[in-house]
Ligand binder design. Structure first.
Ligand code: FPP
Length: 247
């Protein structure tokens, strides 16, 4: 029986998030330029997103470029931005064929104009797709997101539209970039690193974390199935006891 056949299709995460790490090390190991690692990272993302949509995961959010990634050498930042534009153009077909809506979170205004334009166009052209929402975190930092939400809520209080004691988890969630999306159930980080790196800190409060050793360009459908099986073998207690969950 294959790993995929062992999956319970009714117990898939509603929202899966991925820290796609290891492109540089993969390229270095093969004697390639880092840019080739990122290109192969796009292929791994295509395979993963297509399979998620096919098996029925409604939300996939991936860390494509962090607010800290601006500090990489200019040449690598330029390569990633160029790759983003070319991938958006190329992958529109894949998104359409698989009925995937593209969305983005982060400080998008910091992106080069060309990137923002292409991104906005692809989001517009895929906005009616309803099989899965693929969200790219671009120029994204979770602490920035939390500060932005806090300022927006404070402004609503200052304007007399909201009372301080009305502020609850719901209000807070609805002021994050991910407003309207369910909480993350499963967070995957590839490449054997055990860090969250300022990704979706609020949204992963009760997520299962899976750290897998493969470098991102080597992640594929089979690796995805293995991670999902591990997810399904975890007991999610949300602060309750095992007995409560099983009764
Ligand atoms: C981490 O690998 C990966 C990134 C910083 C970029 C991830 C981007 C993609 C998979 C491509 C899709 C996104 C765009 C913007 C086109 P790393 O370079 O940190 O790897 P290392 O830790 O081995 O050096």
């Amino acid at each position: 029986m294959s790993v995929k056949d062992r999956l319970d299709i009714k117990q898939l995460p509603e929202h899966m998030a991925i820290i796609m790490d290891g492109n540089g090390r993969w390229a270095k190991g093969k004697g390639f330029l880092r840019a080739i690692g990122h290109e192969n990272g796009v292929s791994a993302l295509r395979k993963t997103a297509t399979e998620c949509a096919s098996i029925g995961i409604p939300y996939l959010t991936v860390y494509a470029f962090s607010s800290e990634n601006w500090n990489r050498p200019k040449k690598e930042v330029d390569t990633l931005m160029t790759l983003l534009v070319s991938s958006l153009k190329k992958e529109l077909k894949t998104l359409a064929k698989n009925n995937i809506r593209l969305s983005a979170i982060g400080n998008l205004q910091a992106l080069p104009k060309k990137c923002l334009k292409e991104l906005t166009e692809v989001m517009e052209q895929t906005k009616h797709h309803d099989r899965m929402t693929l969200t790219l975190a671009l120029s994204y930092g979770s602490q920035d997101e939390i500060i932005t939400a806090t300022k927006a809520i404070a402004q609503q209080v200052a304007d007399g539209k909201l009372a301080v004691n009305q502020i609850d988890q719901n209000i807070f969630s609805n002021n994050l970039f991910t407003a309207g999306m369910p909480a993350v159930d499963l967070l995957i980080r590839t490449s054997g690193e055990y860090r969250i790196s300022n990704f979706l800190l609020w949204q992963i409060a009760y997520a299962e974390l899976v750290f897998c050793p493969v470098l991102w360009p080597e992640f594929n459908e089979n690796e995805l199935h293995k991670v999902l099986l591990e997810f399904q073998q975890r007991e999610r207690r949300f602060g309750k006891t095992s007995e409560q969950i099983n009764s």
